[in-house]
Design a binder for this molecule. Structure first.
Ligand SMILES: [Zn+2]
Length: 324
């Protein structure tokens, strides 16, 4: 009898697990609200919520980017409200602790879903909000990128982001465009091919704050699967040349230019060494140790072990293609 009950309990347990998996995959199971992360004032009008540094997982519930909040006289501007409906709601809770003004504008820095799937919460609360992004970002997101990012986030967080759906940007940005909201100017810098082919960097002019998106990362190594080393390095040169007082990277702590220079050095080291060693006739796996030895300062950056080997192959490929 006892054996029968134990077997039955094990059977039921397996059944419940299977059912949960099924419900998550069809989007029926609700995700989880995020805990509150502190909102920090960086300048007169600009605030940031620094996400925990790391890759998206069940523990951080997919939240690991740096949502930015700008309080203007006419309303609130949000840049990159995060990876899910729940990160967007958390951003709204935090910004309501500092302002009761409505969110009127949102900027999305690029196609990667950990930066923009939070649009959903903002649109739910403020149906008239204008959402801006690189024209190619809007194209890619609507052509399946949005749906595929929803699935990725749900899988890597084991359902914590369930209930999230893509809410696409409504307005395409132009390079050099100046958007004024309540006396604050947002200058737009678009790239053709940088961290991705969809990157927008946003400068909050009056406060001398530069929001780089994933063109700059600090204490975290990013994916370059859709990126260009040379383009990303050029974007960082441009950002550094602006001599902003504060830089907000896509992931990791904000600060002066010293928070964005190390990532540039990383990208330059990988690209320049991989190019030179491939000219010397070395294969990717033969250069790995030599390049890693020059990058000791980055070994403990989140994502290094996952991305570094891939970065060498991508750098070699880009160098060879640049030769044609
Ligand atoms: Zn990214």
């Amino acid at each position: 009898m006892l054996m029968f009950l134990v077997n039955r309990a094990a059977y039921m347990y397996r059944f419940v697990l299977l059912l949960c998996g099924l419900l998550v995959s069809v989007g029926v199971l609700a995700g989880q609200e995020l805990p509150d992360y502190p909102i920090q004032k960086l300048s007169r009008h600009v605030y940031v919520i620094h996400g925990p540094v790391g890759l998206p997982n069940p523990k951080n519930q997919g939240f690991m980017n740096n949502p930015v909040v700008v309080i203007t006289a006419a309303g609130v501007v949000v840049i990159d409200p995060g990876s899910s409906l729940y990160s967007g709601r958390m951003v709204l809770r935090q910004l309501r602790s500092i302002s009761s003004k409505p969110v009127t504008h949102v900027f999305n820095s690029h196609i990667h879903g950990d930066h923009w799937l939070g649009n959903q919460a903002i649109r739910d609360a403020y149906p008239k909000v204008k959402i801006y992004a690189h024209p190619r970002m809007i194209e890619e997101a609507k052509a399946g990128g949005g749906d595929s990012w929803v699935k990725i986030m749900e899988r890597v967080t084991r359902g914590a982001t369930a209930g999230t759906r893509p809410v696409y940007p409504t307005h395409a940005l132009k390079d050099g465009q100046l958007i004024k909201v309540g006396g604050i100017s947002f200058r737009v810098y678009l790239g053709k091919h940088q961290h991705t082919m969809t990157d927008a960097m946003i400068e909050v002019v009056e406060d001398s704050v530069m929001v780089t998106g994933d063109n700059a990362l600090y204490t975290r190594i990013g994916s370059m699967d859709d990126g260009s080393f040379r383009g990303n390095i050029a974007a960082l040169d441009l950002a550094i040349k602006l001599n902003s007082k504060v830089y907000i990277p896509g992931h990791g702590p904000s600060g002066d230019a010293s928070v964005i220079k190390p990532y540039k050095t990383y990208l330059e080291t990988v690209y320049n060494m991989a190019s030179r060693l491939s000219e010397d006739g070395l294969a990717d796996y033969e250069m790995k140790g030599k390049i890693a030895a020059k990058l000791k300062a980055y070994w403990d950056w989140a994502g290094f072990e996952i991305e570094f080997g891939r970065h060498i192959s991508l750098a070699v490929l880009e160098y060879e293609q640049a030769g044609f």
